[in-house]
Ligand binder design. Structure first.
Ligand SMILES: Cc1cc2nc3c(=O)[nH]c(=O)nc-3n(C[C@H](O)[C@H](O)[C@H](O)COP(=O)(O)OP(=O)(O)OC[C@H]3O[C@@H](n4cnc5c(N)ncnc54)[C@H](O)[C@@H]3O)c2cc1C
Length: 334
């Protein structure tokens, strides 16, 4: 199979809408198609309505293929994966892209097995080299980059991490008017199935910080009282908390809460730095956050040039007031 073959990108439509992950998948596929000189189309399990189809078009999608009965298969990823593999075969796809979420990460090995393909999880970057296509992924919590060469002799099945998807969404693409096709396998597909009976969202208080959506972090500018207030605020807001190294060194938390060069590298939607000076060792671990807000009592603190919004203020004043307001707003005890 040649590298210029077709790319099939799987897009799930939670609540029948193209969410951020879906838009990221389309942007990523459009970019990859440009890199490899390939054609591409999107595979969905839920039939998009006309409005949603226009959104697919805004991201340059040439064609949308809907797996018939796919919505009913969303709770049986094994079977949906087999359908997707069959569709990839019918479409002569050489690359199948999936988001690295629960569904995509579950289906990827099933598709790879069915197509006898090469699998690459958490694919970040793709470059064309003289010896083949160079695929890069980050490992160990985005700390180490690993590059492999795909010689395109077998189909490639790749999952793309959600943090990468959120970064490529704005990629410029040429809008299109996608065709919409319903696809049904020629022969019945069966599989030994595990069925999803419920989905439990991650608890921000315990989730690994590399996966956290919103993080409030405490620096040395916190004292024991404000640190407890910050943790309480995080519980009220249902967000995660992190710390700088000096706070970890004080023994106030475990190592898994430390953010920065020697701690976790984080990529949340929102990072709030409270009483943190902004050393390079800390900034190195937070710079890929979507939005960073800092509060520091020193207007000249080095963190300010590195953030989207900065506030000069004393945590001893700010945190009790913020906590009170949040509790009033969330109905907690004042
Ligand atoms: C090899 C190496 C690796 C490292 N790895 C890491 C790492 O992974 N993560 C990490 O965080 N650090 C790391 N460090 C340490 C790093 O260099 C800094 O020392 C550390 O990040 C500083 O933490 P801080 O901002 O909490 O403390 P400080 O630098 O002491 O800053 C405290 C800030 O709080 C402000 N402040 C004080 N009182 C208040 C108040 N009442 N209200 C509001 N603001 C207030 C101050 O103005 C100040 O800016 C590493 C260092 C080395 C040498």
């Amino acid at each position: 199979m040649g590298a210029s073959g077709k790319i099939l990108v799987f897009v799930d439509l939670p609540d029948r809408e193209l969410d951020e992950t879906g838009r990221g998948m389309l942007s990523y596929a459009a970019r990859l198609a440009g890199t490899l000189g390939s054609s591409w189309s999107a595979a969905v399990a839920v039939m998009p309505d006309r409005g949603q189809l226009a959104v697919f078009g805004a991201y340059g999608t040439p064609a949308v293929v809907c797996i018939e009965g796919g919505a009913a298969l969303l709770d049986t990823p094994t079977l949906l994966g087999k359908h997707l593999a069959q569709l990839a075969r019918d479409e002569s796809a050489t690359v199948v892209l999936l988001p690295h979420n629960d569904l995509g990460a579950t289906m990827a090995p099933i598709v790879a097995h069915a197509l006898d393909g090469a699998i690459m999880t958490e694919l970040v970057a793709v470059r064309k080299g003289a010896d083949g296509v160079r695929l890069s992924r980050k490992t160990l919590g985005v700390r180490i980059a690993e590059t492999r060469v795909w010689d395109s002799s077998r189909p490639l099945i790749a999952t793309v991490p959600l943090r990468t998807l959120s970064q490529v969404i704005m990629a410029t693409v040429r809008p299109s008017s996608p065709s919409l096709v319903a696809w049904c396998p020629a022969a019945p597909i069966s599989a030994a199935m595990a069925t999803i009976i419920s989905r439990i969202p991650p608890d921000p208080q315990t989730v690994d910080l590399t996966e956290a959506d919103v993080i409030f972090s405490a620096g040395k500018g916190c004292d024991p009282t404000t640190f407890e207030q910050l943790k309480e605020l995080c519980r009220e807001l249902n967000v995660s908390f992190g710390v700088t190294r000096p706070v970890y060194d004080l023994g106030w938390t475990g190592f898994e809460r430390m953010v920065g060069q020697t701690g976790r590298t984080v990529t949340p939607r929102l990072y709030v730095a409270l009483g943190i000076s902004g050393s390079m060792h800390h900034i190195g671990g937070i710079k890929d956050s979507r939005r960073i807000i800092a509060v520091n009592s020193d207007a000249k603190a080095p963190i300010f040039p590195n953030v989207d919004e900065g506030f000069v203020g004393d945590l001893k004043e700010l945190l009790p007031r913020l906590l009170k307001q949040v509790k009033a707003g969330t109905g907690g005890a004042p």
